[in-house]
Structures are given as C-alpha cells and as structure tokens.
Write a protein that binds this ligand. Sequence first.
Ligand code: ATP
Length: 446
Amino acid sequence: MDKIVSLCKRRGFVLPSSEIYGGLGSSYDYAHYGVLLKNNVKGQWWRAMLQERDDVVALDSAIIQHPRTWEASGHLAGFTDPLVDCRTCKLRFRADLIDQAQCGRKPSKHPGETPDCDLTGARDFNLMFETTIGPVAEEGSTVYLRPETAQGIFLNFKSYLQFSRKKPPFGIAQIGKSFRNEITTGNFIFRMREFEQMEMEFFVPPDEAERWFGHWLEQRMNWYTALGLRPDHLRLRAHDQQELSHYSSATSDVEYLFPIGWSELEGIANRGDFDLTQHAQFSGQKLDYVDTASGERYIPHVIEPAAGADRALLAFLVDAYDEDQIEGESRTVLRLHPALAPVKVAVLPLVRKDGQPELAGEVYRDLRERFQTEYDEGGAIGRRYRRQDEIGTPWAVTIDHQSLEDRTVTLRDRDSLAQERIAIAELGEEIERRLRAPWRSPKLES
Ligand code: ATP
C-alpha cells in the first residue's frame, strides 16, 4: 500500500487533502491523473448500467434531502458504530474492530492490552454528518449529508414510474458523493469520510427477487474481471444470518484481496420491500406498482448492487501496480486495462529538432480528437517512456527521422514493449482497434 500511496502522490493521482494545513483525517483530493482514472471507472459503470442494457435509467439526486428520509430509512436510529474511547491515549476505536486497532502509545499494542489502557464502555455513535438549513440553527432545521445515494432513488421511484415508461423489473442508477463520519480511518482511500458511491436499485416483482439477485451477483463480478481485476484476487462472500442488515434477506460482498487483506469492494443486497414500504408509511404516499393490464398491485422488491468508486479505483490501482526490469533498469508500471488508463496514448518526438516536434505536434493534435493524449518532448526518450509507464499509458507513438521521410511512426506497447512501425494515417484506427480488443492482465502470466 505504501508504494501505491507514494506513486499516487508523486505522479498526481491522489493527494492528502488540506496538506498545507497539516491535512484532514481521511480526506483526499484527486489530482489530474486521478480525475481521469476515476472518470473512466465511473464511465465504465455507467456504460454497464445504461448503454449495454435497456432496463436501467439514471438519476443524480440532491445530497441534502428531507430529514424524514433518514427516519424512514432507519439511518437516524440505527446507522451507528459502537465507539470506545481510551482515557489514557485519547484515541477512539470501533469496538467491533478493536482487534485490528493499534494503541496510541509505544510499543504499540491492541487497545486494552497494556495495564495503562483505560477504555470506556462502547457507546453508539451515529455516522451521519449533521448540518442546518437556513440562517439560524433552530429546531427543525437539522439536515444530514447523505450517508448513501440509495435513498435518493427510493424518493424518486414514483416519479420514475410516471415518466420513464419502465415497469418492474427495471433499475435506477446513481453515482455521487456520500458522507460518513467514520471512526476507524486510515488505509488511504479505502475508507474516507467523503467518498463516491455507484449504486443501483433494481425494482422487481416479489417472486422474481431471488433470480435477479443471482443475476446481479454475476453481472457485477463480470464487470470487475472484464476490466482486468485478476479473478484469483476477487471473490464473493455471502453474509451469514448474524451479519445481515435488518432489511436484507440476502447480501453478498464482492471482496478484493487488498494489501490489507480481503475487504469489501461492493455489497449486493436483496432488500425486499423494506425501503418502499418505509417511505410509503412515512410520506403517506402510495409507492406500489399497479400493472395496468392485469390490475395487479404490489410493492416491488429491490436488488441493490452498491459499489464505491474510490474503492474500485484503489483495487484497479493495486491490481495494476507492477515493477520489472528493462535492460537492467527497474521500472514501475501500472498495467491498467486500456479502457481505464488515464491517458491512452503519448506522442513523443525522439529529438527536439529536425522537424520532429512539428510532425509530432500534428500527430498529437489529430489523436487528441479521439483519445486522451499527451505530448512530451522533454528529456531522454527512455525517461519519457518510464513516465508514461508509471501512469499506465498503454501506447506511445514515437516520431523519428524516418517519420519525416515516409510518414510512419513506431507504436510502443506498455506491457509487451513491442514496437511496431505504422503509417500515421492508420494510427487512430489501430489504437481504436486495440482499445476495443479484450484485455487480460499480463500479471496473470507471471
Ligand atoms: P464497510 O463495511 O467497509 O464500512 P459498508 O458495508 O458500510 O462498508 P455499504 O454501506 O454497503 O458499505 O456501501 C457500499 C459501498 O460503498 C462499499 O462497498 C464501499 O465500496 C463504499 N464505501 C462505503 N463506505 C466507504 C468509505 N468510508 N470510504 C470509501 N468507500 C466506502
């Protein structure tokens, strides 16, 4: 993990937030390549949800919703973690994760293991961030930053039935920021207080819920492997009865083998009719579905794949990170799926003279119409390749003296290091073709 954190900072993927003020716990800023990478992760999720299907529609709901939302959803009463304080070292721990926590003093042990540890009993701590609406903090003005995007979908269910011309089974998908005042933090962007979720609520006739639950387990696993995550680092883990949320009849987590061990990437739950029933009761609105043909009336059941954009991005980074040797020199390379790579192609003149930069500029301006492209003429060519390898750019185009004679260039592959000579006129099509081709992590072979 240290290597990933350091690469992210060095090359401008993810930076600690508010660093000039000493940082703010578990908050991170996405820098240039991080923005590009995260956009690609989210773009691929939208693609799988919207473009490749015709039974899911999109939503972008407000972050601050009516406070009754969180009464109905159960978050106000139950979205808590058990918190333990140490009166000696003044640190706070999650009671259920105390085995993994470290005491504040040296030599570091688990909280409660030294005679000086003075732990309080566990108290419930609500994870929602509170704020107030309007100029005066008065009764009734308290609102919450959403701790999940899902509820915005349930609040809009009725409107979607009216305008979207969909009927169950159909889904509403949303990507957006969520906020949780997490107690146990650390592990880089794995657990933050402000993060992005990619959630979809799939509404189905009650007797079809089990089948659709299976469908979404399969779809979501396929999404991660198609984007290159190594299958032996990915697994589905079903929650046992004790672990299940009160509303869920079945939940499975997609887990990835992070450097911190197997951890949740995404939760897929069969939520039954809990949410729509609750919101119907609290709002006094009817949220059932009436089939106009058969007259059948029911509250749809809901299958929810709930993923984290940041955790997915971290898994893709961890899975892609590699070090190898080229001609006795070590290189760091991100073996990202080309569809996820922040930059698809780099254009590099071999030397900064003899008309090469001019021709390279022409190639660059042409390619950037179609792909995220970078131009770099500074420094030795080897160093420039290394720089692109480190940010995961799958292809580099090099312009040399021959290019000026016959309008051909070399196309270098990040993983195989193969360099092919190709006509400038065919470059765009060739890169397009490579981007569409199925891709498999070269780390699987090694
Ligand atoms: P955890 O058990 O790790 O706290 P959770 O089960 O509470 O996660 P969900 O409520 O199911 O998480 O949220 C769905 C997804 O949102 C998670 O699988 C994860 O990818 C992401 N997520 C949740 N909390 C955070 C966080 N604090 N930072 C980053 N991503 C998060």
